[in-house]
Design a protein around this ligand. Sequence first.
Ligand code: LLP
Length: 417
Amino acid sequence: MNPYQYRNRELHVEDVPLARIAAAVGTPSYIYSRAALTEAYTAYAKAFEARDHLVCYAVKANSNLAILDLFARLGSGFDIVSGGELQRVLAAGGDPAKVVFSGVGKSADEIRAALEAGILCFNIESANELERVNRIAGELGMRAPISLRVNPDVDAGTHPYIATGLKQNKFGVAYADAPALYSRARSLPHVRIEGVDCHIGSQLTDLAPIAEALGKIADLVERLERDGIELKHVDVGGGVGIRYQSETPPPIPEYAEVVLQAFRNDRHKLLFEPGRVLAGNAGLLLTRIEYLKKGEDRSFAVVDAAMNDLVRPALYDAWHDVLTVTEENPAAAADVYDVVGPICETGDFLARGRRLNAREGDLLAIMSAGAYGMSMASNYNTRPRGAEVMVDGSEFQVIREREEVSDLIARERRLPS
Ligand code: LLP
């Protein structure tokens, strides 16, 4: 489905014109489609319905409580990477028994909180973390459920900052070390082996490295079973990529075929940690043009959103489509603009070299911003973060109020006199 349509030349999200939201809530704001989120989740779950499985939405992609609430109601579990994300899941009504905890740097406090909450599994990323989890679980008189996150040393072919499954990356334990670490885990009194986990990167558009990594994991599972180590689940990590521009990410059913093929010979429950594919194309960033500025070399559309609101273009040189909220007349003259924010950095751009027929005061929609948009936003230049809005049919609701500067400075103190 495409929740974004022009009707009477006005861009709508579902049945709500974006101009109406801008008038009520202001800009910059993130706008999400409940129908698109629901459809993305349902498509994922449906692709694996023949097999015992659990989708654990990767909270980092978009951690707004309303979004977590929606996925929890759809039956989702959650992949978390911090104690903060655990608190969000709990505050949103998520089931801790469906939570997996990934990340290379889990602190003692975070491990304790996750044990007390009763999470499904710790995805252990190093030998020393295994020892720490064992010790803390012992102090609490518990057995910690664990998987080892195994680094299969496969090149996912994605942006180097978000490739995670190569041996030079900080993630997971080396493939060759995994059998010995599982033996160690089995000997520890306060851990309980639940499964195996892997994750090779994000914005995956090619199935071949996924198949290669999962083949290695399937071989490892077989080897572990021969060693007498019983597993209950296999966690295959994050989801596939999305289309931002002209990428051709694999359709979910084709991805499912690869996963199901890799694990056709075993009966383990399959766990998934998709983030971007569930939320990315279900949201946009709505912004208003403050100034059109004709430079000597190029022209700029200076908008009220900036790299602090959406850092992906600055950080990964990522492409986001830019649509005018009032449909352009294809016959009208258009100029080529860099769409930039007010922040004092040349890297503060949302899009470059875009043909736009736009005037000052017009609204623009920065598309495909539902994942890793608001969740990576900052307050750089003391810019309050924008509002977040959920559209549901012909209604919309603010799911995060716009910040005020007083929120930003509330914890700061002047020097004593
Ligand atoms: N599981 C683990 C352990 C992860 O590290 C990640 C993402 C996911 C699941 C979810 O992956 P996804 O389904 O979204 O591909 N900020 C970057 C993306 C960073 C992803 C990091 N890990 C971006 O804006 O492109």
